[in-house]
Write a protein that binds this ligand. Sequence first.
Ligand code: NAD
Length: 478
Amino acid sequence: MTRITVAKGDGIGPEIMDATLAIITAAGANIEIDEIEVGEKVYLAGNTSGIAAESWETIRRNKIFLKAPITTPQGGGYKSLNVTTRKFLGLYSNVRPCMSLHPFVSTKHPLMDIVIVRENEEDLYAGIEHQQTDEVVQCLKLISRPGCEKIVRYAFEYAKQQNRKKVTCFTKDNIMKQTDGLFHRVFDEIAKEYPEIENEHWIIDIGAAKMADTPEIFDVIVMPNLYGDVLSDVAAQITGSVGLAGSANIGEECSMFEAIHGSAPRRAGQNVANPSGLLQGAIMMLNHIGQTSVAEKVQNAWLKTLEDGIHTYDIFKEGISKQKVGTKAFAEAVIGNLGNKPSILKSVSYANNSALTLPKYNRKPAAKKELVGVDVFVHWNGTDPNVLAETIKKMECTGATLSMITNRGIKVWPDGFNETFCTDHWRCRFKPNEGDEMNKTTIIQLLENGLNQNIDTIKTENLYAFDGKAAYSLGQGQ
Ligand code: NAD
């Protein structure tokens, strides 16, 4: 018996959750349920995270959370419950299988069978954003070695368990050499430990284009958070319907399972919604808690029901479908098919599908870290970088000489182009002269000189070398 936490959510949530629970219970799922309230009502009651403190206790105690979609109220101030849950509970891995059900669900990609493994905690989703000048805002993209190692290893272990042949990595490391570069490097390192699984890397832009055009050439695809967020929706949509996909959010302790679609408020309360997405989430949950034979039975019954042409409105097609049904009737049809297998679609066998156990991350020995320069960011309303350079040079001190100014990353001094458009946000790079050294005191001196010159410094970024290797990007055009 596994005790799980269930939230019925908003909109179509309660209907599809009731249908899902009816199916898995009929199939023999050995679960006990604690229900909690999340979403719109909780938000509107004044809780900006959409969940009450005592509900966290239930989720953390049970560790397994089956969640229906929720409605995030319009207007500012409401935090995304999904993002908060993933990060609070360390659900680092988002697994989303996207499989075509041709010819029963129409799709341009009849052979598609992809699993997207998305990093779920880092990247631009750290949500660290600032306005720094009148014209410029920034968002910090944070990528960590533990984050990369955990998600890449998860992708390979998943591929191994599921007997999949290839893991592909998507990044944009031709541009983001530090952040995406680390993700790609870790991918190459870990891939070596799995010689039996093919591995490859694609630059995300052409990779995404290829995935949308010829998805059948991909198998498991692993990627950083933002790319995974966007592309997992694309992948689900091109199988024929986002209404059919579920996702698992896996952490070292806790896990959350859900449909990928939202609460579809316009369809709520009409007994028309397709429960398949949440059911797919529930099947992943059953596998995760080791009830693999129940999961297998439900999945085969679901495939058989789709094959029988018993379809909800969202996938109903004259000529393919046989019967248009509502939420409840669809669930009853799946229950009626428990024990049956599809004959045209491939039936599944989940004997080895229990939760993966991955080794804990081992922190690497610290590298030799050396301060080799500093970028001082300045708010300045002028337009001529040569004029700015004259002022900024007055900040210089022993150990810190102005070496470059960039605007939005492109070098504008020395030897800039008149054509380069400049905002009011300037990065001034200081380096020690040959034979000098920079330390933290140098930076304090530099900033004090700036203060005396009425220069509006808005932030500094230290430039480091790790084990003698420069670990920062050059200016574009440098
Ligand atoms: P949505 O996914 O709710 O709906 C998009 C379209 O798909 C609608 O036309 C809807 O009718 C249809 N649809 C979705 N699921 C369906 C199903 N199971 N059966 C039949 N048709 C289905 O997206 P939206 O309209 O952009 O968002 C509605 C609300 O859901 C918003 O408040 C949004 O914030 C929230 N949302 C929640 C989650 C979540 O809780 N995980 C995810 C996405 C959106």
